[in-house]
Design a binder for this molecule. Structure first.
Ligand code: NAP
Length: 748
């Protein structure tokens, strides 16, 4: 954009209510036009607009308004479009951009075709997905569009210069501009906006017709209030929209009716299980959707959740069942989906990351029931049964999902795109893309630095590979092995250090032959998986926060039941033992191919600083943020080396922990591949170690939980920002930590 010249000479609004006046506010504030004029139905409206300084001239005749304008914006009810266009059409020149903001697009285009015959090249219909139930020039706000989407629906006639300048205008409002076809727009909006409004109006109308309606309104609970809010919108506008987008809305209503009837039947038949299933599925889909929205709103606007922990003499006691292992939960869905027959999963982690994987496979046509209290039933579709998803697969915050799925999707007969949230979008994906390309995959990392989105072109014949991993990474190893399931011949991966072997174990549980010889894992393509039962063990990575909290808190005594103690994951236990923690592993047993045990840990002695053995690093890679808190409370220096991988996790976990620990009064130094921490503990002294502080988790769940447990030994209040991602791996963290004796307040 030429910053010396305004974007437009003269902008003419036809209709100047909520939407028109909001856009005009931005145009005036940012001097995007030399003149702004408006034509409105009533003189009062343009007089008010002039008094507010939003326009230089106002009219009730649209013809006067549009003369000499290089941008004409129809910001009136969609039903009025044709009449207005009849009048102004002769004044729309070759270089005039003509657009609108109407909530339906098909009928606006039809009206324009009727009036113009051949549509002008400057015609680009649009629709801001932002608004409110208030109308009129006084309801407008300059920030109405910030963080929202603007849909432009360019037509065959639309010139690219017109689309570009309109895009610049809308981007100046703080909105994200997306383009789609008119048909797609009307179908999507029928479901996401028009149907909900119709339902809200309908619900209020239903109550209004009842004799006891006064009581209903008087005692209206939150549910009614929340659900009916949008029925306060302008009836004329919605009347117009319902009639204008009739076909798509009728389809959406039919879908609603049939879903409502099936829920009605479940209630009528007292079918408690099925009813619970439907409600649970809806709840988890809503949570998933919520997380997708957070990506656009919460993270970008930096409005986040906080934990705060007040200083007091905390205790930490009890017996707890920590939620299911994230790695195993992800894999149970992936492998169950491509297996033949049914897979029953228990103990599934209902966190947002694992739910993102579950949703991705639903999007690829797999019938999955649940989760319902950790139970999931997957109706496997076999090795060639996945179907092309109709949209990009959203992987949320989960690097595991994106890297493992890269391997699986590279071998499919259809194209896919995977996206993630703000944090996942910064994580390196070339490390998996490169070996997959060597196998014949067509995979692109379309982010700036080899980062997501990941775009995969299907129908490639993959060849087995012998690959030596340049870094110890269970995710890359697994991604390659999974591609190997479909590849011709043998695929083998050599790892520099042993990493998590959940993929190998679970493939064997599904009946697939996988060989491990030393550090080399080998399988042959062309086999099949057979559905099985998977019990997901409690997640040792989540349990680690409770282990460290108990180890640093006087007189604590915590037992964590049925925790996964896969030898590739037990580094945290070994390291805590070497630091002198009072920890015991009891009742070891096997569940679903994975070893589990009950872990008891007590706060009986002060930990001591150690040089963490490098061979333990890959076995404790996710637990280091919590271990840094333990090291801060230990007596003497702790040194970590060989852990450069920590810098490319959900955040740069070395730097982010150093920043937070230093703010809490700890002397620590980052190194390229680790950290040096001068522990403040003294033998037999349980007084506070940390000062109070406001610390940033950078939306990294493990960082957020680590600083939370540090609060147990803090002298003043500790506040942690950006804690909403804790739900990705440990949805019950605050509940269980508070039951144990820590008082965490959650502030949204
Ligand atoms: P609004 O606040 O009610 O303003 C409508 C404007 O159009 C007023 O200036 C009105 O003039 C004028 N107008 C009404 N009927 C007219 C007619 N027959 N001929 C000429 N002018 C007429 O409405 P809005 O919320 O800004 O909505 C405008 C458009 O934006 C609609 O097409 C709507 O679908 C779309 N939209 C609305 C929302 C939302 O949440 N409100 C969101 C996205 C898109 P007077 O003031 O003189 O009556």
């Amino acid at each position: 954009m030429d910053m010396t010249q305004p974007l437009f000479k003269k902008v003419a609004f036809i209709g100047f209510g909520l939407i028109g006046s909001s856009l005009a506010r931005v145009i005036q504030q940012q001097h995007l036009a030399e003149h702004v004029v408006a034509s409105t139905r009533s003189e009062q409206t343009w007089q008010d607009a002039k008094a507010l300084g939003l326009i230089t001239e106002g009219y009730t005749d649209p013809v006067t308004a549009v003369q000499g304008a290089d941008l004409v914006i129809l910001a009136l009810p969609v039903q009025a479009t044709e009449v207005v266009l009849q009048r102004i059409a002769p004044y729309i020149g070759e270089n005039t951009i003509l657009t609108d903001v109407g909530s339906t697009k098909g009928n606006v285009v039809a009206a324009a075709e009727k009036v113009f015959g051949q549509l002008p090249q400057g015609f680009v219909p649009g629709h801001p997905i932002a608004g409110s139930e208030h109308t009129g020039v006084h309801a407008g706000k300059a920030d109405l569009f910030v963080g929202h989407k603007i849909i432009l629906t360019p037509l065959e006639c639309s010139a690219s210069w017109a689309v570009q300048r309109l895009t610049q205008l809308w981007q100046a409002t703080g909105a994200e501009v997306v383009c789609m076809s008119v048909e797609k727009h009307d179908e999507v909006l029928a479901h996401t906006s028009h149907l909900p409004h119709l339902m809200a109006f309908n619900l209020v109308a239903q109550f209004t017709n009842r004799q006891d309606n006064l009581d209903i309104f008087r005692y209206a609970a939150g549910g009614f209030r929340d659900f009916s809010r949008i029925a306060a919108s302008d009836p004329q506008m919605w009347h117009d929209i319902f009639l204008s987008n009739k076909d798509a809305i009728l389809k959406a209503v039919d879908g609603f009716e049939s879903q409502l009837c099936s829920i009605r039947t479940l209630i009528e038949k007292d079918d408690s299980n099925q009813l619970m299933q439907v409600l649970k599925e809806a709840q988890s889909a809503r949570q998933h959707f919520n997380h997708m929205l957070k990506k656009n709103t919460v993270l970008e606007k930096q409005v986040t959740q906080q934990f705060s922990i007040l200083p007091k003499k905390h205790h930490f006691k009890g017996t707890f069942t920590i939620p299911g292992d994230k790695s195993v939960s992800h894999r149970s869905i992936m492998f169950g989906s491509i297996a033949e027959g049914i897979t029953n999963v228990t103990g599934f982690l209902e966190g947002e990351d694992a739910l993102a994987t579950l949703q991705a496979f639903k999007d690829m046509g797999v019938h999955i029931e649940g989760p319902n209290d950790g139970k999931v039933t997957i109706h496997g579709v076999g090795m060639s049964g996945l179907k092309a998803p109709t949209k990009a697969l959203y992987m949320g915050n989960s690097g595991t999902s994106m890297r493992l799925l890269s391997g699986m999707l590279a071998a499919q007969q259809f194209d896919t795109v995977m996206t993630g949230d703000a944090s996942l979008s910064k994580r390196p994906m070339e490390r998996i893309a490169k070996p997959l390309r060597a196998m014949g995959a067509n995979i692109q990392t379309t982010g700036e630095k080899g980062t997501p989105p990941v775009s995969i072109t299907g129908k490639q014949a993959l060849q087995g590979i012998h690959y030596e991993l340049p870094m110890a990474s269970a995710q890359v190893k697994s991604g390659i092995l999974l591609a190997g399931l479909w590849a011709a011949g043998e695929t083998s991966v050599v790892e520099p250090e042993p990493t998590r072997d959940h993929t190998e174990r679970m493939l064997r549980a599904f009946g697939y032959d996988v060989k491990t010889e030393g550090n080399t894992i080998t399988l042959n393509g062309g086999g099949k998986l057979v559905g099985t039962d998977i019990q997901v063990p409690s997640d040792i990575s989540s349990a680690a926060f409770f282990m460290v909290a108990a180890a640093i808190c006087e007189d604590s005594d915590v037992t964590l039941e049925a925790v996964g103690i896969n030898p590739t994951r037990t580094g945290v236990i070994e390291i805590l033992k070497q630091m002198g923690a009072d920890i015991s592993v009891n009742n070891p047993r096997i569940a679903g191919g994975e070893p589990i045990a009950d872990i008891r840990i007590r706060g009986t002695r002060t930990l001591k600083g150690i040089h963490i053995p490098e061979d333990q690093v890959p076995l404790a890679i996710d637990e280091f943020p919590a271990l840094f808190v333990a090291a801060s409370c230990a007596e003497g220096r702790t040194i970590l080396t060989g852990a450069a991988e920590l810098r490319v996790k959900e955040s740069d976990r070395i730097q982010v922990m150093v920043d937070g620990l230093q703010a809490m009064g700890i002397d620590c130094t980052p190194t390229p591949d680790g950290i040096i921490i001068e522990g403040k503990g003294k033998s037999g002294d349980w007084s506070p170690i940390f000062t109070g502080a406001d610390v940033q988790s950078h939306h990294d769940h493990r960082i957020a939980m680590s600083f939370s447990i540090a609060g147990i030994r803090a002298s003043e209040k500790v506040t942690i920002h950006g804690t909403e991602t804790v739900a990705t791996s440990f949805p019950t963290f605050t509940q269980l930590a508070n039951e144990a004796g820590l008082s965490i307040d959650t502030i949204d």
